[in-house]
Ligand binder design. Structure first.
Ligand SMILES: Cc1ncc(COP(=O)(O)O)c(C=O)c1O
Length: 373
């Protein structure tokens, strides 16, 4: 088609914020082919627990009503668990909604938000939407956060620092010692967000930071967790933040009201019931064991896989990233490629493991040529 003379699409002349018009929309991974596996979104491969599905079904009888805007019952349950007050808990439609609300509460045009890169792919867009500027501090050679460089990147303009542990997509954890040394350098009026979306999958990582042990210690620290990963509720969108009340109150003002549904809170509460939670955490253990097995096998093949403490592993495939991802796709394995850096592979069904290891075993020599780690 002759695109040069194609008419402008309707609406093209409407004045939008230029930085938003230039922002690519959130890109979801390709769906898995029939008989394939979706290993591209760090989802939980297990089916929902019957008790959780029943709680969601029961919530259907009130869908003509708005949900409780503050999700009080869930906040109270979380508050009891973490030894804080319900006002120190904020529930959102996924932790991504909380990240957005907290960034918007603190950062505006002219301000800066510091985070490690590569990290969660939503951070750059959320910062742009707030009007602030991203300051991306490169990961260390071992794919972990360089917290010293992050502290050094803080200026008078910095309003938020995001720390992600375990880091998506590399899997590396921040240690408690590193985090506390970092917090000692950060001004007390600068908001620090500790994103712990994958904390429940941390095993065998002595000294890994656990934000829940730091609550009440810093006036500027908010931790973020989610029911999407370990608790398998990605489709219902429910996450939570815990931190000082004035910070959460500001986020209560920026967050989209009434976005957490009654079905989401019912599912989250059902997941926190002792028997349900024990089963869910047992599944987390199964996934963590599978992850460690996959990582060990890939390292034996020659892949330089960094520490992996989330429900995914990072393949630093370099220039071969697109080609390796395509080969995996051809074998029915949908992964998340970040060319030219690498590929994030979620740990999914046990049935996906054999083909994953087989394909990657065939690709080690080619993909590692010129990319020694
Ligand atoms: C590091 C990190 N933080 C936050 C999220 C958001 O999760 P949700 O909005 O489903 O709670 C994700 C999702 O992939 C993530 O990887």
């Amino acid at each position: 088609m002759d695109r040069v003379n194609a008419p402008e699409p309707r609406g093209a002349g409407v004045r939008l914020r230029p930085e938003i018009a230039a922002l690519p929309p959130y890109r979801q991974g390709r769906p898995a082919p029939a008989d394939g596996f979706k290993l591209s979104s760090n989802e939980n491969p297990f089916d929902p627990l019957p008790s959780v599905a029943e709680a969601v079904a029961a919530s259907a009888s009130t869908i003509n009503r708005y949900p409780d805007a503050t999700a009080l019952a869930l906040r109270e349950a979380l508050a009891r668990r973490y030894g804080v007050t319900a006002d120190e808990v904020l529930v959102g439609a996924g932790s991504v909604a909380l990240l957005a609300a907290l960034i918007q509460a603190a950062a505006a045009p002219g301000d800066e938000v510091v985070y490690s890169w590569r990290s969660f792919e939503a951070y750059p867009g959320l910062v742009t939407v707030s009007g602030a500027t991203s300051v991306q501090v490169p990961n260390r050679a071992d794919h972990g956060h360089d917290l010293e460089a992050m502290a050094a990147a803080i200026t008078d303009r910095t309003r938020v620092v995001i720390v992600c542990s375990p880091n998506n997509p590399t899997g590396v954890v921040v240690t408690a010692a590193e985090f506390e040394a970092f917090m000692a350098k950060v001004p007390a009026d600068l908001l620090v967000l500790l994103d712990e979306a994958y904390i429940e999958f941390v095993r065998d990582a002595p000294g890994a930071v656990d934000g829940s042990t730091l609550l009440g210690r810093y006036p500027n620290l908010v931790i973020l967790r989610t029911f999407s990963k370990a608790y398998g509720l990605a489709g219902l969108r429910v996450g939570y933040a815990i931190g000082p009340v004035p910070i959460l109150d500001a986020a209560r003002a920026t967050i989209t009201p009434l976005s957490v549904t009654a079905a989401s809170t019912a599912a989250a509460l059902a997941s926190l019931e002792p028997a349900a939670e024990a089963e869910l955490l047992e599944r987390v253990g199964v996934i963590a064991e599978r992850r460690d097995r996959v990582r060990t096998a890939l390292i034996a093949q020659g892949w330089p896989i960094p520490v992996a403490q989330g429900n995914f592993i990072w393949l630093p495939a370099g220039e071969a990233t697109a080609e390796v991802a395509e080969r995996l796709f051809d074998a029915g394995l949908v992964t998340r490629a970040f060319p030219p850096a690498g590929i994030r592979v979620s740990i999914g069904e046990e049935e996906s493991v054999d083909s994953l290891l087989r394909i990657l075993g065939e690709l080690v020599p080619a993909s590692q040529e010129g990319h020694p780690g």
